[in-house]
Each structure stands twice: as structure tokens, then as C-alpha cells.
Write a protein that binds this ligand. Structure first.
Ligand code: FNR
Length: 374
């Protein structure tokens, strides 16, 4: 594979001020089928809608005249100092939105010192993404990209093990096991030249349904579906921090920690998994109780502004992931677009913190959430 060079800078339209503006511009630029694929949720999109309404119904209580000197958005996550609690969620096939795909995203991540979680289904290989990170770091004299690898368990353990080994060799710093695979019914066909680069050469089996009318139960598909014992196996395979993404039930958070997870990502896959599932924000209090401070809790699905980030942190999250807006930034201006989106979110978070009287992320506690009548 030829590593895509940094693309020529694209001008960012002057009327873009927030993530909603990026979304509007991206819709005008992307082919209609790609737009539907990126934006869509499962079934009737009840959960997709709930992800936004959950944030919108939370109120933040401003505090005035607090001492904000020395304020910052820094945090320590798995022993690494991060300058902000906003990470890039794993998104498959980023070449859908930009010819250089993940190559643009990793450069933006580095410019803003943001960890990027690379999908198993990335359209550049995980090695090429790491190489772009190293070359960019050398060229600009900046820190190399902080890359995490998102794993979808493969049908054969050996293939999963191979992916984890490759990520370790390429310098990835954490493994994210996604357990809530998107089952969105989709007619979207990947454009020419876009494929699952990491899985080239791995055999793909086709599963046929068994006679008797069952669609899923009784089919070979269930025999290869991941189970809790696979998480324990994965834990034994790597010393890297291991996170489980796609937790909504408190009991599953408890089980994930029991089976070796170092972190939980509360997520409904951006409303693309079970339609009717609650939004992450709505389950946070029960998850926080179950986790009881043992591991960091990350959250995604619906983060679109700095005040959303503050609401997630006030509800008990240590950090958040941002999904679809990466595609919007890629479509509008490639690397510059994704970097600008990260910059906007960070600026909005700082303004929100200032108005909440919070000088540090640790100050964003539950008493900043306004509860009527309290
Ligand atoms: C995703 N997501 C996802 N998650 C994952 O673990 N591996 C993947 O390959 C993908 N691919 C993917 C593609 C597209 C088009 C979307 C929209 C989402 C889910 C993603 O990591 C994240 O959980 C959600 O996108 C978060 O919600 P928001 O920020 O998009 O609302």
C-alpha cells in the first residue's frame, strides 16, 4: 500500500463555528448513500434520537466568582498525561469521507494531542496509520500519535491474537474490545478502493441459515459469537490497558472488570446497535455505582459540544469519545477539519468549565448538574 501523503490544505468555510455547522456542510458534500450510512441508526432510530435528547434535557448550574487561575483540561489516563478528555472514537472505513481516510485523522489527532482509537475495520492498515504518525512526529518535532486499537473478535482466536500482536508491535498503547457490534440493516456498498485493510488475507466465512425457520438461533453464527471467556483470554494475551466498549448494564460493567477490563466504555454504538436501548447518559448513575471507582469510565454516543462533555464528566465519566463528527470534519476539510472540530470542542469545554466555576476536570462533579427542586 502507498501511504497517502498529507493532502493539500482545504479552506474551512467561514460560516463554520460549531459541530452542527460541520454536519450541515458535510451533508452537502458527501454522496447521499454515504451520508445515510454515517448518520443512520438502527431500525426506527429511537435510540439515536435518545442520545441527543438525553444530553439536551440535562441542565448545568453555573457558579460565579470562583478562582480559575491555573485552570486546565488535563487528565491522567492509564499513566499517560492527556491535555483533554476528548478522544477519537473508532470509526470503520474512513476513506468513505476522504481519499486519505485515517491518514488525515491521525495527523489531526497529533496536532491536538488527542488519542485516536483505530478500528479493526480501518481502510488503511494499522501499521500504515502508525507510520504516518511517526513520520509526522519526526517532521514537526512533536510527540508521536497516541494510538489505541479497537478489536472486533474474529471467528478464530488466532486471527484476533494476530491483530493484537500487530498492534503491539506497531506501538499501540491500549486495546479496546467492542462488544456491541452494529447490526444496522444496511444496503450501503463500500466505494471502489475502500476495504478492511487489516483483514486482508484473513479468510472470511459465509454463514448460511439452517433450515427450520430460525434466523439466528441454531445457526453457526451463534457458535462463533464472542463470550465472557474470550475477554479473559484476551486479558491473558496482552499487558496493554484493555477497555470494553459497548456496556450499558451495570452488571456487565461488573463482569467486565471481573474478567480483567482496565476501563469501561459506556456506549450504544451511536444508536446503531439495539434500537430501544437507553442512552449512555441515562445509565451512568447505575454504572458509576457498580464500578465504584475501580476503573475509569469513558462514554460516547451523542457528544456534539463542550457542554455535552461537561455533562458526561459531571455524571461520572473520566473522558468521552467523539464519533460521527470525525466524518464531518474529514468530508469538509480532511485533517484541518478534524483538527478544527477537536479545537472547537476543547474551546467549548473550557468556556463551559469557566462558567461552572471549574478550574480542573476533577472539579466537574455531580453538584454542577441542576436538579429541579434541590
Ligand atoms: C461506528 N462505530 C464503531 N465502533 C467500533 O467500535 N468500531 C467501528 O469500526 C465503528 N465504526 C463505526 C462507523 C460509523 C459510520 C459510525 C457512525 C460509528 C461506533 C463509534 O465508535 C461510536 O461508538 C459512536 O459513533 C459514538 O456516537 P456518535 O459520537 O457518533 O454519536
Amino acid at each position: 500500500d502507498v501511504i497517502p501523503p498529507a493532502s493539500a490544505p482545504t479552506a474551512i468555510p467561514a460560516d463554520i463555528h460549531n459541530l452542527a455547522d460541520y454536519e450541515r456542510h458535510a451533508e452537502a458534500l458527501l454522496p447521499a448513500d454515504a451520508w445515510r450510512h454515517i448518520q443512520g441508526g438502527a431500525d426506527r432510530e429511537v435510540t439515536l434520537t435518545a442520545n441527543r435528547t438525553a444530553f439536551d434535557k440535562v441542565r448545568l448550574l453555573p457558579r460565579v466568582l470562583t478562582d480559575l487561575r491555573g485552570g486546565n483540561t488535563a487528565l491522567d489516563l492509564f499513566g499517560r498525561q492527556l491535555s483533554s478528555p476528548i478522544l477519537l472514537a473508532p470509526l470503520a472505513y474512513q476513506k468513505i469521507a476522504h481519499a486519505s481516510g485515517e491518514g488525515e485523522t491521525v495527523r489531526a489527532a497529533m496536532a491536538l494531542d488527542t488519542p485516536m482509537i483505530v478500528s479493526t475495520l480501518s481502510s488503511l492498515t494499522l501499521e500504515d496509520i502508525a507510520t504516518i504518525g511517526q513520520q509526522t512526529a519526526a517532521g514537526f518535532g512533536i510527540a508521536p500519535a497516541s494510538l489505541w486499537f479497537q478489536l472486533y473478535l474474529q471467528e478464530e482466536r488466532e486471527w484476533s491474537a494476530e491483530l493484537v500482536r500487530r498492534a503491539e508491535v506497531a506501538g499501540y498503547e491500549a486495546i479496546v474490545l467492542t462488544v456491541d457490534t452494529s447490526i444496522k440493516r444496511s444496503t450501503f456498498v463500500l466505494p471502489e478502493g475502500v476495504d478492511a485493510a487489516n483483514l486482508r488475507g484473513m479468510p472470511r466465512r459465509t454463514h448460511t441459515t439452517t433450515p427450520g425457520g430460525n434466523i439466528l438461533f441454531g445457526t453457526p453464527l451463534l457458535n462463533v459469537a464472542p463470550r465472557w471467556e474470550d475477554l479473559a483470554w484476551l486479558r491473558s494475551l496482552t499487558k496493554l490497558p484493555l477497555l470494553v466498549k459497548g456496556i450499558l448494564a451495570a452488571e456487565d460493567a461488573r463482569l467486565a472488570i471481573e474478567h480483567g477490563a482496565d476501563g469501561i466504555i459506556v456506549s450504544n454504538h451511536g444508536g446503531r446497535s439495539l434500537d430501544g436501548a437507553p442512552s449512555p447518559l441515562d445509565v451512568m448513575s447505575s454504572i458509576v455505582k457498580a464500578v465504584a471507582g475501580r476503573v475509569p469510565i469513558l462514554l460516547d454516543s451523542g457528544i456534539r459540544s463542550g457542554s455535552d462533555v461537561a455533562k458526561a464528566l459531571a455524571s461520572g465519566a473520566t473522558a468521552v469519545l467523539m464519533g460521527r463528527p470525525q466524518f464531518h470534519g474529514l468530508a469538509v476539510a480532511g485533517m484541518a477539519g478534524v483538527a478544527h472540530i477537536l479545537h472547537i470542542l476543547r474551546a467549548e469545554l473550557e468556556f463551559t468549565m469557566a462558567q461552572l466555576g471549574c478550574a480542573t476536570l476533577a472539579d466537574i462533579t455531580a453538584d454542577r448538574l441542576f436538579v429541579s427542586g434541590r
